[in-house]
Design a binder for this molecule. Structure first.
Ligand SMILES: [Zn+2]
Ligand SMILES: [Zn+2]
Length: 339
């Protein structure tokens, strides 16, 4: 089978690899689509702190079940599925508490071990989830980032009737905003510096958009949310200035969820965190429940994924896909490779 391996920065090679061999609890899929994620782009440029070369990328992956191991009960051949790319130990303290998304020895498939950029892919059958007929393979890859977003939204507990501010309208920010609405938030505002990304935010039904390169966030937030302001902030920019602006304008006592992946050390105004009793919450990946809920939300029409797909390319055009992303950095959302 064809397999596409990133052997050094900006260098993919296509080679012939043996088809994966199944263990009794594994399933093998014929890969149909693979999404390119922000972390893949860091890997492509050799800037991912927890990834080494060579690596087969592809953690946002859909396909059709081709073969199942003897002990597999949850899948049948022909099922259309999406991968949950988490390899966890099941024994550490977070795992024992059901928080395996933060397993002490978490490996992300397609990041710290082989991913789906190939004709066939095999993994533990429990990591594959059936897609409803309404969901195509390309959109289906976005169940993964949607689960990231949904998990982040639920870090504060219930967001029903909450006034929500999301910083950053990239794929994750957009999906955080859509998820908050889907879970009953009363008003959702999203920020960015990209006109195009804010247009897409509007298309996907987000109530308020703010272009922070031209408008004052403090003023627009006051107009939209009133004097009491917003109830929660989701930080999806990984931008130090954006985070510190929030720590200076947000009303006292609210939770601030850190979803963006900050590179290196960040200067944070902790004096304000203390003085205003903000609650800073981290959020990483998702659990199985987030996957089921994400699939249901899309199937129920409460989340729209299509507007977030900027381009679909054949997996043969792997290099071209990364070049396209580089050339359209400020506007591009999701690029999908089809197999
Ligand atoms: Zn991803
Ligand atoms: Zn563990």
């Amino acid at each position: 089978m064809r397999q596409f391996e990133l052997i050094s920065p900006q260098k993919f090679v296509k080679h012939e690899a043996p088809e994966p061999i199944l263990g009794p609890g594994d399933a093998k899929i014929a890969v149909k689509a693979v999404g390119i994620c922000g972390s893949d782009i860091h890997a492509y440029y050799g800037e991912h702190p927890f990834m080494t070369f060579p690596i087969v990328l592809g953690h946002e992956c859909t396909g059709v079940v081709e073969q199942i191991g003897m002990e597999v009960r949850n899948l049948t051949v022909g099922d259309r599925v999406v991968l949950r790319p988490q390899d966890v130990c099941g024994k550490c303290k977070p795992c024992r508490e059901g928080r395996y998304n933060i397993c002490e020895s978490l490996k992300v498939l397609g990041c710290q071990s082989t991913g789906g950029c190939s004709d066939y892919y095999a993994a533990d059958a429990k990591l594959f989830y059936r897609l409803p007929a309404s969901l195509g393979f390309a959109e289906g890859t976005m169940i993964e980032p949607l689960a990231v977003a949904l998990h982040a939204v639920k870090r504060i507990g219930d967001c029903k009737d909450k006034k929500v501010l999301v910083l950053g309208a990239g794929t994750i920010g957009n999906l955080v905003a859509q998820s908050a609405k889907a879970l009953g938030a009363s008003k959702v505002m999203i920020t960015d510096v990209s006109k195009e990304k804010l247009e897409i935010a509007k298309k996907t039904g987000i109530d308020y958009t703010v272009n922070v390169s031209r408008e004052s966030l403090e003023e627009t937030a006051r107009e939209a949310f009133g004097m009491d302001g917003f109830d929660v902030v989701y930080e999806c920019t990984a931008n130090e200035r954006a985070l510190n602006e929030i720590l200076s304008i947000a009303g006292k006592g609210i939770p601030i969820v850190i979803v963006g992946v900050f590179a290196g050390m960040t200067n944070v105004n902790l004096a304000n965190v203390q003085d205003r009793e903000y609650t800073l919450l981290g959020s990483l990946m998702y659990t199985e429940d987030d996957y089921y809920e994400s699939i249901d939300l899309v199937n129920d029409g409460k989340i729209s994924l299509r507007p977030l797909i900027s381009k679909e390319l054949s997996i043969e055009e792997m290099d071209g896909a990364y070049q396209y992303i580089e050339a359209n950095k400020s506007t591009v959302q999701k690029v999908i490779l089809t197999v």
